[in-house]
Design a protein around this ligand. Structure first.
Ligand SMILES: [Zn+2]
Length: 258
């Protein structure tokens, strides 16, 4: 008997929010060199330790309007968004990947990208302490699960990192702000996970997304032309889109131009 969709999605959503809540802690503490298990999270304003409801931001938002119970300070929306993204990703990934075996890649990938997004939004930093272990993990996973020949992933790694490094180098020559090394490493990681075609698509999509959102933030006055914008979240979103929809997007595009 096939399970109804909701019977798969609802439990996965709940599990995903719990993981999302943990990924928030990892993304916020690891860059500062703090332990992810101790001490308990506390309010950044009044230092009061948080209890269970506040550690689950969606619930905290519904029950307490996203404010500290003790001092009334608003929590950053990053926590709730991270938890929500965890829930949505965990619930939908089984329906988005094109091969069931790719779920072995999809869950760790979504987890790493979520942690890095939190860290980049909070500190404008994609920490090596997350990216290097993730690279090792995906090398191990890809040696076992690889729908493409292995050289595709190796070349994807070199191209992803190489192209962004080239763009950064050009930017320095043109006296424009270069990309961070974290962004270069993250794109190399995406290439390692997805192979040549999809990393090229990810570079294109992240640039498109970054320009669209950057320009609309500048047009609406929320961001000045000079102020830096974290690029990691755009790579993360573009990477997930490329991973789930890349092949259909490229088929659609080829049909469009031929
Ligand atoms: Zn407080």
């Amino acid at each position: 008997m096939d399970w109804p969709t909701w019977a798969v999605m609802v439990p996965l959503f709940v599990i995903g929010t719990l993981f999302g809540s943990f990924f928030n802690v990892v993304g916020i503490r690891v860059p500062k060199g703090e332990s992810v298990v101790a001490p308990r999270s506390s309010c950044s304003s009044c230092r009061h330790p948080l209890n269970a409801i506040d550690l689950l931001p969606i619930l905290g938002w519904l029950v307490r309007g996203g404010k500290c119970h003790y001092c009334g300070e608003r929590f950053s929306p990053i926590y709730m968004l991270g938890e929500l993204a965890g829930g949505v990703l965990f619930a939908t990934l089984p329906f988005l990947v094109n091969k069931p075996s790719e779920l072995w890649i999809a869950y760790p990938l979504a987890s790493v990208l979520l942690i890095l997004t939190v860290s980049d939004l909070k500190y404008m930093l994609l920490p090596n302490k997350i990216i290097y272990p993730a690279m090792l993990l995906f090398v191990a996973l890809r040696l076992v699960v690889h729908p493409l020949p292995l050289w595709q992933y190796a070349l994807g790694f070199l191209l992803g990192g190489g192209i962004l490094f080239g763009v950064s180098y050009m930017a320095i020559l043109l006296r424009k702000p270069p990309m961070g090394f974290g962004d270069i490493r993250l794109m190399a990681l995406i290439g390692l996970v997805m192979g040549v075609k999809l990393v090229l698509l990810c570079i294109f999509l992240s640039a498109l997304l970054g320009s669209l959102i950057g320009l609309s933030l500048i047009a609406s006055g929320k961001l000045s032309r000079k102020s830096p914008m974290p690029y990691g979240p755009f790579i993360a979103v573009a990477g997930l889109v490329a991973f789930c929809y890349g092949d259909s997007l490229m088929t659609w595009y080829v049909n469009l131009i031929t």
